[in-house]
Write a protein that binds this ligand. Structure first.
Ligand SMILES: CC(C)[C@H](C(=O)O)[C@@H](O)C(=O)O
Ligand code: SF4
Length: 474
């Protein structure tokens, strides 16, 4: 019987297989950041072990880094300690680090792909759930816990339990103004935040094949929000074009050999997935979340749902609690929800195409009174590219704040936070209670919706801007 893409990559990495035991897999790329690595390095130190493959290990600083005054000492003692500890550990163990201020610094999941480190058919791990992002290249990429980080540092291998396979097939054309973010938010609302549990999801179909690499990363990034172990997309010419010429991509004869291998990384026609979900891209619309998990979403044109409309008692209870926390009432049109903060950034939507999309909406317009808009590039390289294109000026002219690269307001581990009761439209991936700061309320949106929301002061899409050409109601 044929094999799926995920099964092929898995099989190519098994270094030990024994009856009744998890397979031991070789890991091609281990990414580190300041939050989940300290105890792992402590463990190595206690056992007198080195990092087995420093050449396959790379660290960057992202979660605890400020996005203003980056040349000043870090005020928050916890953040300062986290960063100092990573620097000390990387120096002691000989791990390559891109610290704050470095040209390759940025959110770990933006940095890996842009350096060409993330390649088709590789295994990629990081002590971070959004490692699923790298699956966009046809890599088997997943987040791991701190004890697994230690195991990979020490051995460059990882014992892994078998997974199940799910196909999410999206065929057809995405309507104008509907993005990869809308697509994945819709998928999560459809299958639920636990719907992917135990599965590696492969996104396929004509709508996926048309997505750029950056859009594919947005989709795979949020696989974890459906509970999946990983998300993958088969590599194709779009993947190869993105990788060619990048710092760590193969070159010359190695490139040709690599592409020949990468072309074999497709699910066989006779392979069988354990579960399949089919979506018609033409039915999708700009999508926003109204609740406190990424599966509590609806089309922007809809209203806040009535908890009573959920058949499942658990879903009903979750919706009641979410509306209370979010300060929303059933039946309220989502377009009438006013925000005070807009965040464009994160490993979901902090890449250059995302900034271009947001800039094209705010260009020549103003951020609404009483709204603060933060634009935070996912990496220094993204920032430099944006500056070269003049996007920073577009944002600042509109009244937005142009910040330094990092995780920023995606989560409250640095100074960029919501105050209690504040409400944001955010291009990030999690809307949990307190995610962007204690008491903060988050609506997950695409960069286009974020930008239109900043201009109008309430959840909106570019089609809602009064001077926008009249588009069909979406
Ligand atoms: C801090 C880190 C462990 C965490 C993750 O695992 O994803 C963070 O990146 C997040 O997005 O919540
Ligand atoms: S940008 Fe957000 S989701 Fe991505 S790694 Fe940072 S905190 Fe996690």
């Amino acid at each position: 019987m044929g094999r799926t893409l995920a099964e092929k990559v898995w099989d190519d990495h098994v270094v030990r297989r024994a009856e009744g035991e998890p397979d031991l897999l070789f890991i091609d790329l281990h990414l580190l950041h300041e939050v989940t690595s300290p105890q792992a390095f402590d463990g190595l130190r206690m056992n007198g072990r080195p990092v087995r493959r420093t050449d396959l290990t790379i660290a960057t600083e992202d979660h605890n880094t400020p996005t203003l005054d980056i040349d000043k000492p870090i005020a928050d003692p916890v953040s300062r300690t986290q960063l100092e500890t990573l620097r000390k550990n990387c120096a002691e163990f000989g791990v390559r680090l891109h610290p704050l201020g470095d040209i390759e610094q940025g959110v770990v999941h933006v940095v890996g792909p842009q350096l060409g480190l993330t390649q088709p058919g590789t295994t990629v791990v990081c002590g971070d759930s959004h490692t699923s992002t790298h699956g966009a290249f046809g890599a088997l990429a997943f987040g791991i816990g701190t004890s697994q980080v230690e195991h990979v540092l020490a051995t460059q291998t990882l014992p892994l339990d078998p997974f199940r396979t799910m196909a999410v097939t999206v065929d057809g054309e995405l309507p104008d103004g509907v993005t990869a973010k809308d697509l994945i938010l819709s998928v999560i609302t459809q299958i639920g935040t636990g719907g992917g549990q135990g599965y590696v999801i492969e996104y396929r179909g004509s709508a996926i094949e048309k997505l750029s690499m950056e859009a594919r990363m947005t989709v795979c990034n949020m696989s974890i929000e459906a509970g999946a172990r990983a998300g993958m997309i088969a590599p194709d010419q779009i993947t190869f074009d993105y990788l060619e010429g990048r710092a760590h991509a193969p070159s010359g004869a190695d490139w040709d050999a690599a592409v020949a291998y990468w072309k074999t990384l497709r699910t066989d026609d006779d392979a069988v997935f354990d579960h399949e979900v089919r979506i018609d891209a033409s039915t999708l619309a700009p999508f926003v979340t109204w609740g406190t998990n990424p599966g509590q979403g609806a089309p922007l044109s809809a209203a806040v749902p009535d908890p009573a409309s959920f058949a499942d008692p658990g879903d009903r209870f979750a919706a009641e609690k979410a509306l209370e926390y979010m300060g929303l009432s059933a039946g309220q049109p989502l377009r009438e929800v006013r925000v005070d903060t807009v965040f464009v950034g994160s490993c979901t939507n902090g890449r250059i195409e995302d900034l271009r999309a947001a800039a094209s909406v705010v260009e020549g317009r103003q951020v609404a009174d009483g709204v603060r808009m933060l634009v935070v590039p996912g990496s220094v390289r993204v920032a430099l590219q944006a500056v070269e294109e003049g996007l920073d000026k577009v944002f600042t002219a509109a009244g937005a704040e142009w910040r330094h690269a990092g995780c920023s307001m995606c989560l409250g581990m640095n100074p960029d936070q919501l105050a209690p009761g504040e409400r944001s439209a955010s291009t990030s991936n999690r809307n949990f209670e307190g995610r962007q700061g204690k008491g903060g309320r988050t609506h997950l949106v695409s960069p286009q919706v974020a930008a239109a929301t900043a201009v109008l002061g309430h959840l909106a899409s570019p089609a809602d801007l009064s001077d926008a050409p009249a588009l069909a109601e979406v």
